[in-house]
Design a protein around this ligand. Structure first.
Ligand code: ADP
Ligand code: MG
Length: 687
């Protein structure tokens, strides 16, 4: 046996080429990697619980004798067995079962079962428990808590346990290298790993569930340090690549600003100046502009784009949805066409000859400003001299996707500058770990004349009242949005739901001109509806969440959001930003489907009580966790193995300190730390 850091998993019992290949998909190559594949949670199979003492919702082991087993035909056919111990009786229920299984559960058989206790029609029950028949002797119960490992497919829990146990056996003799600088590791690394893979029966389960056991904190700290270092490294690599120097050009910008019907706000000017200075340097800009809904981020993007265009460079503007990209297209066409700038459109819907022609104009440099969706990421999109990439609504794209695009600058140029804009402020706590690679600017001022929106929560049982409110607002010449939400991602289902609501509202409010807009409509149809709403020809606009971003109709002063409990706070805040743009006092009604969960009520109350995007984002993070907030589920960014935010927020100050110390005094520790924790994911960093 050799050092676990140098030993391939192939050396372990039962690991052949196929399993090794599967393990590699998890970034597990060496025996040590297994130890860092940490359990998600634990089951307690160390004791047998009397049936009478088994709490609802708990996972427990019970032991008893089968009294009866029958196939019953209820709503679903199922095999139902009654098991009894000295203390009580419990029902075992199987919806899928074989004939042999039924025979095996004959009355009188003694069983040991493991499963979750639920409340059934006739007392406690377990659905599809794990079980085994007991013979003469009693097999021993587990000696440690049973770890549940993260796994998708191909490798089962027993296989993970077996492999990790083999790795643990080696851990005693060859402890893994301690990579945190001296003085920062109060808890021995080997001991922490041993503890977390096999916690003793008396382990404090509550602490473990909350991720606050000292062993978990020790590893979370190391993981967060590794992520911080990895992002810093990414940034350094970016910087080293160089970027085109884009000198400020006063004349074009002055002409542009003179053509606007308003002056930039002080905050817009300040952020524009920061960007202008970044672009003039030979290093790629990586700047995140955070600005609340309606703060005027598009104008900032336009200023930056002009600076790149004036230096004969191309600009790509990318938005997460077709409708938002279209909105940008309209704004920029208004602003830039008079300046003689050639624009190009690229989305997933542009296909065949049209697409080829567009790609050709992008590759030749004929197209100066390219606007589109993630279609811009595709490999065959080649720019002649891309100088600036603007990404709107940051949180929906991952770090790696963004970098894929800046790499399109062209060989001599290095990387393109990058401007990322978001209305979902990234909470400070999170930005440090997730966005160490970005500089931040904040547009902390709204254009003059904006009014805070008054928000109320109303139970859908009182829908009538809301209808009256809509009628009253429209009678006064105001306009309203009625937003239909649906959890399903399907455009078609969303469209159907919106159509049904529109028909129903039309019937309830026959005096109003009602319009409908959803994602399934053709761009020309959407344009026509939006134009009619803007012109005041439509009083009540029924919409899906497609109107989340970009839509601007100052006379609309009332928004009803149906089933707001289905959406994230940030998205609701975005939606609400569509009103409060004119002179009239604006209102938003969150028409929820009661009863709300405690968490659901707290979330909606946060929105009712605040118009501050920062506060709302912090609250969202607290109540939903960063995976949801950042949309990292889809992007693969920030999948921590053990660290959890905000549960480990209290470690972040220490993380910053340690990361700095490593960079300054122990740079040799950075690579093995990054390798250990981010492993295979690092390869993306090279795009
Ligand atoms: P967001 O930051 O949400 O993307 P937009 O860029 O869409 O905001 O701007 C919202 C609206 O405010 C637009 O109609 C835009 O023309 C207008 N706007 C932007 N800047 C100013 C300003 N300085 N003064 C007045 N209106 C402005
Ligand atoms: Mg915007």
């Amino acid at each position: 046996m050799a050092d676990i850091a140098a030993t391939s998993v192939r050396e372990l019992r039962g690991v052949g080429p196929r399993l090794a290949a599967r393990l590699a998909e998890y970034g597990v190559h060496r025996v040590e990697d297994l130890l860092f594949h940490l359990p998600l949670r634990y089951q307690d199979r160390t004791r047998i619980t009397p049936i009478a003492a088994a709490r609802e919702g708990a996972d427990v082991v019970i032991e008893g004798e089968i009294r009866a087993a029958d196939v019953v035909f209820g709503r679903r056919r199922s095999l139902v067995a009654r098991i009894q111990d000295g203390s009580g009786t419990l029902t075992l229920r199987f919806f899928h079962f074989s004939a042999a299984q039924k025979t095996g559960l004959a009355a009188g058989t003694r069983l040991r079962c493991f499963g979750q206790v639920r409340r059934g029609g006739s007392g406690p029950e377990m659905i599809h428990p794990e079980y085994r028949a007991l013979g003469e002797g009693e097999p021993p119960v587990a000696e440690a808590l049973t770890p549940i490992y993260p796994t998708t497919s191909g490798i089962g829990q027993n296989q993970w346990r077996n492999l990790c146990n083999q790795a643990l056996a080696r851990l005693q003799r060859w402890p893994p290298a301690d990579l945190l600088p001296a003085g920062h590791n109060p808890y021995d690394l080997g001991r922490a790993l041993q503890y977390l893979h096999a916690p003793p029966p008396d382990a404090p389960q509550e602490l473990l569930r909350e991720g606050q056991h000292p062993a978990q904190q020790r590893l979370a700290l190391e993981e967060l340090v590794a992520h911080n270092l990895s992002l810093q490294q990414l940034r350094q690599r970016q910087q080293a690549a160089g970027a085109p120097v884009l000198a400020p050009d006063q004349t074009v910008q002055a002409r542009f600003f003179a053509s606007l019907p308003f002056e930039p706000t002080a905050a817009q000017s300040r952020v524009l100046a920061q960007i202008a200075a970044d672009l003039a340097r030979p290093r790629p800009m990586l700047r995140l502009v955070q600005g609340d809904v309606g703060s005027g981020k598009t104008l900032v993007a336009a200023g930056a784009a002009l600076q790149a265009l004036a230096n004969d460079c191309q600009v790509a503007i990318m938005a997460p949805t077709e409708i938002l990209a279209e909105q940008h297209w309209r704004s920029f066409a208004d602003w830039f066409t008079p300046l003689g700038i050639a624009m190009e459109w690229l989305s997933g819907r542009v296909k065949g000859k049209k697409r080829e022609a567009a790609l050709q104009r992008i590759a030749s440099g004929e197209a100066g400003l390219v606007i589109g969706t993630h279609a811009l990421f595709q490999e065959d999109v080649v720019f002649q001299r891309l100088g600036l990439v603007v990404v709107d609504e940051q949180h929906r794209f991952g770090v790696h996707q963004r970098l894929a695009l800046t790499g399109k600058a062209g060989p001599e140029q290095g990387r393109a500058h990058q401007l990322v804009m978001t209305a979902t402020p990234i909470p400070r706590t999170l930005s440090m770990v997730a966005y160490a690679d970005l500089d931040c600017s904040v547009i902390d001022e709204l254009p003059p004349g904006r009014k805070p929106v008054t928000t109320v929560l109303i139970d859908s049982a009182r829908r009538e009242q809301v209808l009256e409110r809509v009628a009253a607002a429209c009678a006064e010449g105001r306009q309203a949005y009625w937003v239909c939400t649906l959890i399903e991602e399907s455009d078609t289902l969303q469209a159907q739901a919106a159509e049904a609501t529109a028909a129903q509202l039309q019937q309830a409010l026959p005096q109003l001109r009602t319009g409908l807009i959803h994602g399934r409509m053709k761009p020309a149809e959407k344009d026509a509806v939006m134009a009619a709403f803007k012109a005041g020809d439509i009083a009540l606009l029924v919409a899906t969440t497609v109107i989340e971003v970009g839509v601007d109709v100052p006379n609309a002063s009332l928004m009803i959001i149906e089933n707001p409990e289905r959406l994230g706070l940030a998205q609701l805040h975005q939606l609400r930003g569509r009103v409060g743009r004119g002179r009239a006092a604006s209102h938003c009604v969150l028409l929820y489907q009661g009863p709300l969960s405690a968490n659901g009520r707290e979330r909606l109350a946060a929105l009712r009580d605040s118009n501050d995007g920062f506060y709302i984002a912090e609250k969202d993070l607290e109540l939903r966790g960063p995976g949801e907030v950042l949309g990292t589920r889809q992007t693969g960014l920030m999948e921590f193995r053990i660290a959890e935010l905000p549960a480990h927020n209290h470690l972040l100050d220490q993380v910053a300190l340690i990361a700095t110390e490593i960079r300054r005094e122990h740079p040799e520790l950075a690579a093995p730390l990054i390798q250990r924790w981010t492993g295979s994911r690092q390869q993306f960093a090279d795009v």
